[in-house]
Design a protein around this ligand. Structure first.
Ligand code: NAP
Ligand code: G4F
Length: 332
């Protein structure tokens, strides 16, 4: 890889955010390194970053947040200026099925990385992918969640992310590290995993519009989320590490829409009425549900000069357009 000004190391580079962040940093003249895990189907695991790896803009090495020796070895080898910890078991409903694995990966994995970071490269800056799921059903009187809102998570995933958030703050204060938490509200994109609700809806609506299926089964349609675009949110991650001091920042669109609203918008992009096709299946309900998220990102917008480019409508359209192109390539 050609030598550049700064080196960034991304954990979770094969995921939705990791891939957009890698793209963004490569354009900003970073040497970008990423950790990949051993998969049984190695052929598709770098699908989201193939275009960057093949151009030599990203280098990947095997490692795992649960394998401390690999973390020490990689940090010593790469000597990163910025470390982005996006690695996680990131699916909330699945976290009820695999709670121990979720806590190990998201909490112990973060601790493992912090330990390697403070021993090997304590001058580097560290970004932790914290989540609005940490708030649970706590809401301030004005209907928003912000940096000061109480955090009472309602899923194993939320609990794991809150523990990681706390240990990042604790390491920052104890060892004088530049370690920051981005508290990101839901963000989506064409690269969103297909078992998250937005990608499931966008893909399902396109499949129905092409008469390849006749119904879409969902769980709770009354839950509300504050949805933004991953492309906008990775810009905020980078800005958080360029701030003059480490801190906590909420990143959100400041708007909340129900799952039903998302269905309505996605199906209407295709000239369809969602009510004719969407049915509820209890299989997709959660043991405990987070009912509403609406983030107040005023602090980040002012301090970091961050503003999203996408809104709810353009996000939905981007996802529906993507799935139309995918189906056209496959079936036309
Ligand atoms: P994602 O698409 O599920 O990607 C997760 C990434 O973590 C994948 O690259 C995965 O690798 C990697 N990973 C999993 N276990 C790992 C381990 N033990 N060691 C190293 N890497 C591991 O998630 P995302 O949507 O991009 O989200 C990125 C981060 O932001 C996650 O931490 C998520 O919890 C957090 N977050 C996301 C949102 C959102 O709305 N998207 C909101 C708030 C916070 P494999 O491909 O090998 O599984
Ligand atoms: O798309 P979701 O699975 O995202 P969720 O649970 O909000 O989690 C995402 O956002 C968090 C930030 O707040 C991240 F930290 C986390 O990593 C992840 O990226 O579900 C959104 C809503 C929920 O209320 C869920 O109950 O959609 C509802 N829903 C209804 N039917 C469904 C379905 N969710 C999924 N995944 N699949 C359904 O069929």
């Amino acid at each position: 890889m050609p030598k550049k000004n700064k080196k960034a190391l991304i954990f979770g580079i094969t995921g939705q955010d990791g891939s957009y962040l890698a793209e963004y940093l490569a354009e900003k003249d970073y040497e970008v390194y990423g950790i990949i895990r051993r998969h049984s189907v190695a052929e598709s695991q770098e699908a989201r970053i193939d275009h960057l790896v093949s151009k030599g803009l990203v280098r990947t090495d095997y490692g795992d947040l649960l394998d401390s020796p690999s973390l020490y070895k990689l940090l010593a080898l790469i000597k990163p200026d910025e470390i982005y910890n996006l690695g996680a078991q990131s699916h909330v409903r699945v976290s009820f099925d695999v709670p121990q694995f979720t806590l190990q990966t998201n909490m112990i994995g973060t601790l493992n990385l912090l330990e390697a970071y403070r021993s090997i490269c304590p001058k580097a800056k560290f970004y932790q992918a914290s989540s609005s799921e940490m708030f649970g059903n706590e809401i301030d009187e004005d209907g928003f969640q912000r940096e000061t809102t109480a955090m009472k998570p309602v899923s194993p995933y939320g609990c794991s992310k809150l523990a990681a958030y706390c240990i990042v703050r604790n390491y920052r204060n104890s060892y004088n590290l530049f370690a920051s938490n981005g508290i990101l509200f839901n963000h989506e994109s064409p690269r969103r995993g297909e078992n998250f609700v937005t990608a499931k809806i966008a893909r399902g609506a396109v499949s129905i519009s092409k008469k390849l299926s006749s119904k879409l089964e969902l769980g709770n349609m009354d839950a509300s989320r504050d949805w933004g675009h991953s492309k906008d949110y990775v810009v905020a991650m980078h800005k958080i590490l360029q701030h003059h001091e480490p801190d906590e920042f909420v990143i959100s669109s400041k708007e909340s829409h129900t799952v039903r609203d998302f269905c309505k918008e996605a199906f209407s992009c295709l000239g369809l009425n969602y009510e004719d096709y969407v049915v509820q299946n209890p299989k997709f309900m959660r043991p405990e549900e987070l009912k509403e998220l609406k983030g107040d990102s005023t602090k980040a917008r002012k301090a970091l000069n961050w503003e999203p480019e996408y809104n709810f409508k353009s996000l939905v359209k981007d996802m529906v357009d993507y799935w139309q192109r995918e189906y056209d390539l496959k079936y036309d």
